[in-house]
Design a protein around this ligand. Structure first.
Ligand SMILES: Cc1cc2nc3c(=O)[nH]c(=O)nc-3n(C[C@H](O)[C@H](O)[C@H](O)COP(=O)(O)O)c2cc1C
Length: 178
């Protein structure tokens, strides 16, 4: 298994996938990975819908035009839900699960990409959350953060070179000198 820095370097948003399923072991590893993600006060405020049905993936791909189209070619969509009645850290809890799924995917030799749902529109007058809720039978009291597309990559992306990182965003001790 690669070490964490290697996974962090290798993780890129992969939006093109081969037309073949994940193995049962890969799906089981992704399930275990998201369930190991930390949550505030250990509330485990998330829920997940693992979608591998081709028709449903195609309909998820239609959530937000080109911002979600790649889900149509994915082998799996992990729909990341949160419960805002349980905790005010549901966005953080669900986001951590989502990125852990993406890192676990790299470790499994898979590619992934985040498709944002929360605070986005499906069509005029219909939120992306309502569209996904309706499609998958998700209860009204659960929030939909995002869908993580996962598949065997059919595009190669190099790690962002270290010189391309925004080191100016790192501040020492104080944001501005006193
Ligand atoms: C909160 C969040 C929302 C994102 N939403 C989308 C999205 O809706 N569609 C998409 O194609 N990529 C989406 N992305 C992927 C970003 O575009 C991508 O991470 C960024 O361009 C950096 O590229 P990299 O992931 O290859 O390093 C999202 C990423 C994050 C963290």
């Amino acid at each position: 298994m690669k070490d964490l820095m290697e996974l962090l370097r290798e993780r890129r948003s992969i939006r093109r996938y081969q037309d073949r399923p994940l193995s049962d072991e890969q799906v089981a590893a992704l399930e275990e990975a998201v369930l190991r993600s930390p949550t505030g006060r250990d509330t485990r405020s998330w829920e997940f819908v693992f979608v591998d049905d081709r028709e449903l993936l195609n309909r998820l791909a239609a959530t937000r035009g080109s911002n979600s189209a790649f889900l149509g070619g994915a082998s799996l969509g992990i729909v990341v839900l949160g419960n805002d009645k349980v905790t005010d850290t549901w966005v953080e809890d669900s986001s951590l699960a989502a990125i852990i799924a993406q890192l676990a995917a790299v470790g499994l030799g898979l590619g992934s990409c985040w498709s944002q749902v929360r605070n986005r529109e499906h069509a005029p007058g219909e939120t992306a959350e309502d569209y996904v809720r309706g499609l998958l039978g998700i209860p009204d009291d659960l929030r939909v953060l995002c869908v993580i597309a996962v598949g065997h990559p059919s595009e190669e992306k190099r790690p962002t070179p270290k010189e391309g990182l925004s080191f100016r965003k790192i501040h020492r001790n104080r944001f501005k000198p006193a």
